[in-house]
Design a protein around this ligand. Structure first.
Ligand SMILES: [Cu+2]
Length: 315
């Protein structure tokens, strides 16, 4: 299938090119990468030198701008780490962002097993949390934080949990998935080099959910991880609770700036009924918008295959 062929090509090219555009993206972005689609070919972004590579996507580096994430030994059942500051000492002062001073996101390298948790800070600068690493595998842990007096940062580090490794294939792109009895549909598709709206709509038992609860200061919290290198994108909601225009569902809109074409896994955290639920989607950036055109032929687009709930319906 054509998509697969294209992805193979992307994988080769990504490492070389991704540095050029993100970070500048939203604010400056003098040369939209979207131009790559204009030649009609499937060859993206071989020359993006118009942008200054002053910042990579988040999460690719273990150390950036003087700050370094350092996992530390922890008792069984716990995950612990420190952030070393420019002076080499553990950072103990952080600013609140999205309601928390530290967001820890983990996913396996195959993009399965996503979890988003909030560790507790000890006075010596050690962050601790019940381990979010659910089983064996090569995990990537992302610390998303703002050191007081500094800029927001996302550092990433690999963590191996020994045991039998089971590689999980990335689920096919889909525009609908189910989680905990909720059906979540996705419309929109991220386009490299421009801000792309993504709208996620939540229903349950066929009824739109119109009383989503604020979670981390929004009606949804969306993280995207890029297949291949796990570049981390925190995607911002378009609107916040109480701003006079943002409704508590069923639709939540985000503005995504993806740094390149390729496959991404989206993880939507939303809160309803006092619980946080995570809906996952695979999307391919740089293709026609999902939900607004014919579905490519190929595997049945039921999606969510990893959740074992094929045939979730509209009823
Ligand atoms: Cu968080």
């Amino acid at each position: 299938m054509r998509t697969v062929t294209r992805l193979a090509g992307f994988a080769v090219g990504l490492a070389a090119v991704f540095g050029a555009t993100y970070g500048v993206g939203r604010v400056v972005d003098p040369a939209p990468v979207a131009e790559s689609g204009h030649d009609g070919a499937a060859i993206p972004t071989t020359d993006e030198r118009g942008g200054t590579a002053d910042r990579l996507p988040g999460g690719l580096l273990v150390s950036e701008r003087g700050y370094t994430i350092e996992p530390v030994d922890a008792p069984a059942g716990e995950f612990a780490f420190r952030i070393a500051g420019p002076d080499g000492r553990p950072v103990t002062r952080y600013d609140v962002a999205h309601d928390k001073t530290m967001h820890l996101i983990v996913a396996r390298r195959d993009l399965s097993g996503f979890r988003h948790v909030h560790p507790e800070l000890a006075p010596d600068g050690t962050w601790r949390v019940d381990t979010p690493l659910a089983g064996p595998g090569q995990w990537r842990a992302f610390a998303d934080f703002t050191p007081t007096g500094g800029e927001p940062l996302t550092l990433g580090v690999d963590v191996t949990v020994p045991g039998e490794l089971v590689e999980r294939p990335l689920p096919a792109p889909a525009t609908s998935t189910t989680v905990d009895g909720y059906t979540v549909t996705l419309s929109g598709a991220p386009q490299p080099g421009r801000t792309s709206p993504l709208t996620l709509t939540v229903s349950r038992d066929g009824q739109p959910v119109t009383d989503l609860e604020p979670y981390l200061g929004a009606y949804g919290h969306l993280v995207a991880l890029r297949r291949g290198d796990l570049a981390y994108l925190h995607v911002h909601p378009d609107g916040t609770p109480g701003d006079g225009r943002t409704q508590p569902g069923p639709a939540v809109t985000f503005l995504a700036d993806v740094p390149s074409a390729g496959s991404y896994r989206l993880y939507l955290d939303f809160q309803h009924g006092g619980r946080v639920h995570t809906a996952e989607f695979t999307v391919v950036a740089g293709t026609a918008a999902t939900g607004s055109g014919p579905t490519p032929s190929g595997p049945a687009p039921t999606g969510g295959a990893d959740h074992g709930t094929p045939g979730h319906g509209h009823n």
